[in-house]
Design a protein around this ligand. Sequence first.
Ligand code: AMP
Ligand code: ZN
Length: 464
Amino acid sequence: MRLYDTLTRSERTLAPIDGSTFRFYCCGPTVYGPAHIGNFRTFVLQDVFRRTLETGGTRTFHVRNITDVDDKTIRDSQKAGQSLADFTRGWTEKFHADCEALGCQPPHVEPGAIEHIPQQIAMITELVEKGHAYASDDGSVYFKIASFPGYGKLSRLDERELELGKTQNARANSDEYEKDSISDFVLWKSRRPEDGENFWESPWGQGRPGWHLECSAMIKEYLGDTFDLHSGGVDLVFPHHENEIAQSTCACGGHFAAHWFHITHLLVDGGKMSKSLGNLYTLEDLAAKGFTAMEVRYVLIGAHYRKPLNFTLDSLSAAREALAKLAKGARSLAKRAPTEARFDSVDFGPFQAAWDTLNDDLNTPGALGGLFTGLKESASLTGDDAAKALAAFNRVLRALGLILPEEQEAIEAPGHILAVAEERWQARLDRNWSKSDLLRDQLLEDGWVVKDGRDGYELMPRND
Ligand code: AMP
Ligand code: ZN
């Protein structure tokens, strides 16, 4: 498989350093609320990445952390009147349920930051001893950027005309500091009154670790000093990943990550998602509008990971139609394939193009297109040829992590429900969105989910 590498800005062929298992790390969620579909663009693409490697016969070892202590988790647990542990456990469970619905495989190891405070303290100690970190008067410990000449290579700070020298004495204590400033960043934050009960003992007094440190400490624990690949959304390139590189190479030696895989942000209605604009969607929000997690997954993989993806509700309707079409094609192929063929791992037959393009910088839209073309090309296949084609189709589908909808028997809705649905469809045609949303909610309360297509709607009994 070939994949673009953020550090060298080039496409490179991936191969496990140890010759057997591809070992990689993904920065995980901060568990202070439900993850939104932007977060899931990143997690779903990482899942397709892993599935593609595995489908191609490479064993993987996937580590993804849970950020269960930072400024935001502490602030919101207090607002909710819960202990940090109870609060973050609830949101971690929600995250797991969402991942499962989206068909994302759980990582092999999923460490939490709080469980790894001793490892983080050990790393800070190492950095202080080696002269890369210093304690300030207030008991916080900072990483000294001037002590690491390699700082800024990943995000190419030199090209962004940010000079280290100008800000050498600046310090940032917040977990998320200004994206365009370079400052010594905090490794250990001394205890503050607003932290409440959330503090730990350390050689520098009571406090808690800074956010950037946890990934470095957990990587050292589970992947060692050098490993195959590191990944996250593009917003993590600077400062988070830049800081991880600094901490890890200074504390451990080694080369840290051999490859960097960053996923471009999801946009909604052409812009950034935000609560105030009302366009920050969670899976639950979309389920209330009648869309399934698999339809969301289809949309998320519908664009190349290095290009921005603009999410719209219409794209979910299109995804529904596309999934139904794939399912129909697969059923037709299955009918013509009476025997089950053993999959020939070299020959993907009519789905070779789909497989190849997926392995060429994880071109997911290309692979989806290849599935449709492959089905068209298989239209006249029968017997063993059809069986082989079906096995190849299922392989690509599995790499993409898609589960196709079963053929559904139509269940006729009662007359009064149909009347509301008709009224709603008319409201949509009149572009009266508030009325149509209101009627959708009414149908949902009565136990019916309405799914919109381009030319009409479907009514299905709610199954929760
Ligand atoms: P967080 O929970 O904020 O730490 O984010 C979890 C992951 O989602 C990180 O890899 C982020 O880079 C990624 N992410 C955040 N917002 C978006 C977005 N709009 N599109 C794609 N990925 C995102
Ligand atoms: Zn991280």
